[in-house]
Design a binder for this molecule. Structure first.
Ligand code: C2E
Ligand code: MG
Length: 734
């Protein structure tokens, strides 16, 4: 500071216009100047004794840090300077160590106060010596509050979503990376949830972007309410959200949280004074089980989300290795589908639609069939969504229309043709032309063609859909709303678009004939609604006589189902179709048989250090029935291995011959897809400890290791293993 004093003494201070001021400056001492600097609040100075206890602290700073009547003097510098983050960020370079070895203290950032009152200081300290003798530290802190605030603002912009205030994609990526890096080292787990809103696009399209933004904000608030403080929520863009939860691998608890998120998202939102409903689907992956690196973990969660969305929306799904296989299958199917059209592998089946009044066949629905030479027959539920996702449905759908119209032109005029149209086709600009061409080429009258539009058509861009629908109406074809009531039903569609036919989702028929079931009332209400709007109603999937009686009693105008006829190929159709008076006498079982919920699956059982292969005959949350081991005493304990690290400890509670009833120590939990899974899994960390390198474990697919990896059993097996091949043959494996 001597240099500074000299400069001032030299009279370089130009604005000396008063004698008083001049006198003050003339008499300036180091102490005066120090006081001046300290009072600017931009610097404070400090000094310690050799033990590190403060002997001097600028008064203004002391007041800032300490409550009334207290002082930093006498307290140890480490208590003030060192934060927990410092220690975490620079382990082994703790301030205590630096001070005890009398090293200089460099650029420590010190935060005083909280929130709006917070100030930041950059502290340096120099060890002072008298010859060899250490005297203590002297140092100063400079105010960095402005810089810190600016950096925080920039960080806020770079790391957070300005709309919802949630973390943005960049921050989530960085959070996942850091969490995985530290957690894998510490053998901790974390869960990653991916959330996708259902019908967000519709809100944006119909209510405008401002309403869409408001909705996203409200979604963010609701998510914050459900997940704890520890979790980090991010918006990755659009209507995609992500939640990262530290120390979480309990699938029971995660399922509960998932369910809570789904139900909180399906409660109505108020936008612009109007109530709007959306929904959400959720995919969950857990580290280290489903990935130990960000890409793998995110990919697992994405696959789970995809499965949740395709499982019917409004669902949560855990990642499992089958999803990876099904992704691989999906890619394979897509590749085969690309060639299927030119190779002529498609065919159409036709299913009759009967008039309830007189059993006369008034229509036939064309249903696509694919016979792949490599795969055999592939189910429409499997390949149609893939064809839709890959846009291949556009070309395939065109083929269906051409082929079906040509066929229908040969039928009696009283029989109409129904063709399924997916939203991808409808949104394709050329679709109305495809329809006109198919009609023109075949000579089929437009009013004999009915297009089945699925409800999810209306999840897409509504304006484009409206335009397409208007063009189709202009052509003069009939429109049917397929699978009405399957989930997204909104009376809004019926108000906005005129349909000729309402097809009731077959799900309503399930259990509708059981006592106290309200599905019958729902069917009645839907039929009444269709009637009031001048539409036909079709009950789909009618199989048994009691169902037929019920839908007739509800006043349904048309029926489609196995009770009249299953879908049939062209030859069979030509054999059966007689003339205008074609009618079918319904025939089916008296009542719908309860669905068999039994399982037949191979499963491994571990007892001591032996593996046995058994058949699992029944599975519930609390226990299972196994078959394949001889004479196991009651009370024996087994470990059931369901694969992918899912182990359940179980006790034999009854045993007869080769069948044992087991009770699980920890009940299974729902897997979100109608199945069951174990609450916890064997940690890959345990496998790594047993000699299997963590990096080698593919996500969600690790073999069980009893004890040491790959070790040979040391004892003789205690139970006789019976062959289960015969059992599979007679029980069927599903
Ligand atoms: P969808 O339009 O709801 O068609 C009715 C489905 O129910 C058909 O399944 C039919 O075989 C089945 N079904 C009919 N009666 C009964 C019954 O009494 N009991 C049971 N359990 N099932 C019955 P399919 O042929 O497997 O088709 C499945 C879905 O694939 C169709 O559902 C439709 O959405 C789609 N699809 C079929 N063909 C095409 C097509 O050419 N284009 C498009 N875009 N989608 C198609
Ligand atoms: Mg249909």
């Amino acid at each position: 500071m001597g240099g500074l004093l000299k400069g001032l003494r030299g009279g370089s201070y130009a604005a000396r216009d008063s004698v008083r001021a001049g006198a003050l400056f003339d008499s300036a001492s180091s102490a005066d100047l120090l006081e001046f600097v300290e009072n600017t609040q931009s610097i404070w100075v400090w000094q310690t004794d050799p033990q590190g206890n403060f002997t001097y602290v600028s008064e203004a700073f002391d007041k800032l840090v300490c409550p009334e009547g207290r002082s930093l003097i006498g307290s140890h510098a480490v208590e003030l300077f060192e934060s927990e983050e410092d220690e975490a960020a620079m382990p082994g370079r703790s301030l205590r160590l630096i001070m005890s070895t009398h090293k200089p203290i460099r650029d420590r950032i010190l935060k005083i106060g909280e929130d709006a009152d917070a100030t930041w200081w950059c502290v340096v300290g120099k060890p002072m010596f008298d010859g060899e003798t250490f005297l203590g530290y002297r140092g100063y802190g400079s105010n960095k509050t402005e810089e810190q605030r600016k950096a925080a603002e920039e960080n806020q912009l770079a790391s957070f979503d300005s709309l919802t205030g949630l973390a943005n994609r960049a921050r989530m990526e960085q959070r996942i990376d850091t969490m995985l890096a530290t957690f894998v080292a510490a053998k901790r787990s974390c869960a990653l949830m991916m959330i996708d809103l259902d019908r967000f696009k519709q809100v944006n399209d119909t209510l405008g972007h401002a309403a869409g933004d408001e909705l996203l904000k409200q979604v963010a608030e609701r998510l914050k309410r459900v997940v704890g403080e520890n979790a980090e929520i991010g918006r990755l863009g659009g209507d995609e959200f992500q939640i990262l939860m530290p120390d979480m691998d309990d699938r029971g608890r995660l399922g509960e949280i998932g369910q809570k998120i789904i139900s909180i998202l399906s409660q109505p939102f108020v936008l612009d004074g109007a109530r709007t409903s959306i929904g959400g689907s959720l995919g969950i992956a857990i580290a280290p089980y489903d990935g130990i690196e960000r890409d793998a973990l995110v990919h697992s969660a994405d696959l789970a989300l995809y499965a949740a969305k395709h499982g019917g929306r409004g669902l949560y799904r855990f990642y499992s290795a089958d999803l990876k296989n099904s992704e691989r299958d999906r890619k394979g199917i897509e590749a085969d589908l690309e060639l299927a059209l030119q190779r002529g592998e498609f065919d159409l089946n036709y299913q009759p639609i009967a008039s309830t009044a007189n059993n006369k066949i008034v229509g036939l629905e064309a249903l696509l069939r694919w016979y792949s030479p490599e795969r055999g027959p592939v189910l429409p539920e499997l390949f149609i969504p893939i064809a839709e996702d890959s846009n291949l449905i556009v070309g395939i759908g065109e083929w269906v229309l051409q082929e079906a119209c040509r066929e229908a032109a040969t039928w009696p005029k009283s029989v109409r043709l129904t063709v399924n149209v997916s939203s991808v086709q409808l949104l394709n600009e050329g679709f109305p032309t495809v329809v006109t061409n198919a009609l023109a080429n075949s000579g089929l009258e437009p009013n004999r063609l009915e297009l089945d539009l699925n409800e999810n058509v209306f999840l897409r861009d509504t304006q484009l859909i409206d335009e397409a629908v208007a063009k189709l109406r202009g052509i003069g074809v009939r429109l049917a709303l397929d699978d009405f009531g399957a989930g997204m039903s909104s009376l809004g569609y019926l108000k906005g678009t005129h349909f000729d036919t309402l097809k009731i989702d077959p799900e309503f028929l399930r259990d509708a004939c059981a006592p106290a079931n309200r599905n019958g009332d729902l069917i009645r209400a839907i039929v009444a609604l269709a009637g009031a709007l001048g539409m036909d109603s079709v009950a789909e999937g009618v199989e048994a006589k009691d169902e037929l009686a019920l839908v007739r009693e509800c006043g349904v105008t048309h029926i489609q189902g196995f009770i009249y006829a299953p879908p049939m190929d062209r030859e069979e159709l030509h054999d059966k179709m007689v003339n205008e008076a074609w009618a079918i006498e319904p025939n089916g079982p008296e009542r719908q048989r309860a669905e068999r919920r039994r399982v037949f699956r191979r499963c491994n059982v571990i007892h001591e250090d032996h593996f046995y292969e058994v058949m699992m005959r029944d599975l519930s949350r609390t226990g299972a029935l196994i078959e394949g081991l001889a004479d196991v005493p009651v009370g024996e304990r087994f470990v059931l291995d369901f694969g992918e690290g899912q182990l359940a400890v179980a006790t034999v509670i009854h045993s007869r011959g080769d069948k044992q009833g087991l009770e699980f120590e920890i009940p299974l939990v729902p897997d979100g897809a109608g199945g069951l899974c174990t609450r916890h899994r064997v940690s890959p960390y345990a496998l790594a400890a047993a000699g299997m390198p963590l990096q080698m474990l593919p996500p969600g697919n690790y073999p069980l290791v009893g004890g040491e990896y790959g070790a040979k059993p040391k004892s003789m097996p205690k139970f006789a293993q019976l062959s289960i091949a015969a059992k599979i043959a007679d029980g069927g494996e599903g």
